[in-house]
Each structure stands twice: as C-alpha cells, then as structure tokens.
Design a protein around this ligand. Structure first.
Ligand code: C5P
Length: 400
C-alpha cells in the first residue's frame, strides 16, 4: 500500500535494535523502499548482513568511505527519502541531534536532512528520566521531530519503567498514518475472531477443539493489508500475530465475546473462530483428584453465540457480519439454515470432515452464501480464501 514511498531507517546502539529487524520486515511488507544506516553502536547489536538482507538494500555505516560510484554519501541519503525513522533512538544520538553534532554518518545525515524525522527512543529508565535527555527531547519536539514512545515495562537491564522501544507494529502504523492511507479499506474498522476457545474444567484441564487459527489469522492479515484498522480476537493458537493487526489473546468463549463487544462499533466483523459450544458449568477451583471411585461427571452449560450476538447488536451491528460454517455433511443446506439462524450477512461454508484435511491444513474449499445465492469457490489456500474474501468486502463497500 505504500509502494513508491521511501524510508531511511537509522538504527542506533541499544538492545532494542533487534526489534528494528522486525520493523524492516513489516515496512517492506507495506511496499516501502527501505534504506538503513547502522551506527557503530547499532552494529554491536545487529549485523549489517541481517539489516541488508531484510531491507534488500545496501547498509550504510561510514561517513567517509564511499568506495564506488553507486554509493551514497550523507547528503544523498538525507535527501533521497520521504521520511527518516530512528529506531532505536539512543540517548546519545538524541543528544547529538539536539546539539547539532555531526560526527558520524547518522548524525551528519540528520543534520543535513530536509525531510521529516520520527524518533523512537529506547534506553534505560534513568537515562530516559535524566534532565539532559528530557531537555534534548523537548528541543527536538519543538523543532518538529515526532517522538514515538517509549513504552513502560520490564527492561533488558532488569529495571522497570519508561524506556522500552515501542513495538514494530505500532511504529509501522505511525509510518502508514504519516504517509496518509489511500488503500481500499482505509478508515474502515474490522473485527476478526480466530482459533479455538479453551473452556476450563479445573486449573489444569480444559475442553477445546482442533482449530489452528490459520484461516482467521489470514483474514485479519488480509484486511489489514487492505488498510482496515483490524482487531483480531484469538483463542490459543500457534500462529504468529499478523503484522499491523491489534491482537487480543483470550481463552474462553465468554472472554472472546467480551473482547468483541468492547471492540464495537466496527464496519466489518468476521467470525472465523471455532468457539466451543459449551463450557463446564462449575469450573473446579482445584485440580480434580483421580480416585478409584467413578470418574467425575462434567455438567456443561451453553456458551454465548458471538456471531449471533454481533448480528443482532442493534445500532452497534457491524455493517457487514460474516460467519463460517464448519460442516461435515449436507454442507450447503446446513449452512443456509445457519445463516438464517445467526442473522449474519455472508456465510462461508467449508467441509471439515476428517478426509478434507481442512482443520489444521492450509487449504479450504468454500461455498459462499449471501442474499443473492451460493457461489462455489474452487479449492484454495487459506491465504487465497482470505484475499478473495477481502476483495469481496472491498467491492461490497464500494457499492454501498
Ligand atoms: O454454530 P456453529 O459453530 O456451527 O457456527 C459457526 C459460526 O458461528 C462461525 O462463524 C463461528 O465463529 C460462529 N460462532 C460464534 N460463537 C459461538 C459459536 C459459533 O461466533 N458460540
């Protein structure tokens, strides 16, 4: 979505530099061209090879070593970009910027630039709180430099407080915001559920199902790529959090419902989670002991239906509510009934019989049901299903 835009990333010295590798990966995914300057301190924490492999560009380190024609000095580096991002921005580099010191490639480029600068500080809490750092930040802020973070939390040095570098997803969201988003779902809010839920029996046991979360996570990622502000509410899975998506991890159906209701209002809701139909009526507070007597009887109660609840959310109802129907037989007939019963707009029915390999697998065959009838989609990967669905969502909003 940001094809044609260029970012110059300056990585200065700090343990948070490892997160900058992830930032480069996320920036590249948005279509940005990324060039990197690695300071001497930065190179103590991440290697030039890692930075150049991820950015798919040469890494710039030295002020005075231009070895070939194609190489760029500080002036070209500072001009041939649309935005400079410093992550992590060390206390030392911030101090140099505030004073106008130019004694290495990073500080000289920053002094020479005529482009906007975002600084993402990361340092020990005492260094952050030091009056010198605070005065420097004040100066930089007054000069129009955007300071992002820092976050508060446990630090690599064992202390606690403000100083942690903001997470790469959040930095990339700021970059996207800066460039102004003209992607198809820009300004739309999407909510996606994914994965199984776990319903506790006692503190160590639970009931759950085999959902992998692959389909739901792929949908959240696809909607975010199309520019939607996307929240994913996920049960326990092995899937990594998708880039650019706010993820809330929950365990039970009730927690999933609470998280979904708290996310309203949204424009799009996609319920791809395999929510447990029941929970244990009274969860044991201590581990149920195995005795030689008869095994325990588990009494269950019905879980809330998240899809049905969102579909009947009155003035908070998402404009487009989409459900999945995991069926093992009579797929289309059952799915049509389900759509009516749940009150959702679109239903994607899929075969999850053991032979289909859908649960946990990477492929899916969808029967798409809406007011106009049924479409049988060919077998696709779950990622392709996610992309096809998000294109359909874009068309639907374009027609509204
Ligand atoms: O009723 P069934 O589980 O077959 O319906 C499947 C659809 O309903 C899926 O979209 C699933 O995410 C959603 N669902 C839900 N809350 C439940 C049960 C299912 O959101 N308690």
């Amino acid at each position: 979505m940001l094809h044609g835009k260029r970012v110059l990333l300056i990585i200065s010295g700090g343990i948070a530099a490892y997160k900058s590798l992830e930032l480069i990966r996320i920036m590249k995914k948005t279509g940005l061209t990324v060039r990197c300057i690695l300071t001497k301190g930065g190179a103590e924490f991440v290697t030039p090879l890692a930075v150049s492999s991820l950015s798919e560009n040469k890494v710039y380190k030295d002020l005075f070593s231009l070895t070939d024609e194609a190489e760029m000095g500080h002036i070209r580096l500072s001009r041939e970009t649309d935005l400079i991002v410093i992550a992590p921005a060390s206390a030392d580099l911030l101090a140099k910027m505030a004073q106008g010191i130019a004694d290495d490639l990073a500080s000289t480029t920053l002094l020479a630039t005529n482009k906007p600068v975002m600084a993402v500080p990361a340092m020990n809490v005492r260094m952050w709180e030091n009056a010198a750092t605070q005065e420097n930040l004040n100066t930089l802020h007054k000069r129009g430099i955007k300071i992002i973070g820092p976050d508060e939390g446990d630090m690599a040095c064992g202390e606690f407080g403000p100083g942690r570098m903001v997470e790469p997803e959040e930095i990339s969201a700021e970059i996207i915001k800066y460039f102004g988003d003209n992607s198809p779902l820009a300004g739309k809010k999407a909510l996606v559920t994914s994965g199984p839920t776990q319903e506790p029996i006692d503190p160590v046991r639970f009931i759950s199902n085999r959902s992998s979360g692959k389909q739901g996570h792929a949908i959240a990622a696809a909607l975010a790529r199309q520019g939607a502000i996307t929240k994913l509410v996920s049960g326990p899975t092995n899937q990594p959090d998708p880039a650019g998506v706010e993820v809330e991890h929950i365990e039970t159906a009730q927690e999933m419902l609470n998280a979904c209701q708290a996310a309203l209002p949204v424009d799009i809701a996609v319920c791809a989670a395999a929510v447990s139909d029941w929970h244990i009526n009274e969860e044991a507070k201590t581990k149920i002991k195995k005795t030689n007597d008869t095994p325990p009887t588990l009494r269950m109660a019905t879980n809330p239906d998240i899809l049905a609840t969102l579909s009947s959310a009155g003035k908070n109802r998402p404009t487009l509510v989409i459900g999945f129907a995991a069926e093992t037989d009579n797929i289309v007939a059952n799915a049509k009934n389900k759509r009516d019963k749940k009150g959702c707009d679109w239903l994607l029915a899929n075969d999850v019989s053991a032979e289909s390999g859908t649960f946990g697998g990477s492929k899916n065959t969808i029967h798409f049901i809406n007011d106009s009838g049924i479409e049988d989609w060919p077998e696709m990967t779950k990622k392709e299903v996610a992309e096809t669905l998000s294109e359909k969502i874009i068309r639907c909003f374009n027609e509204k």
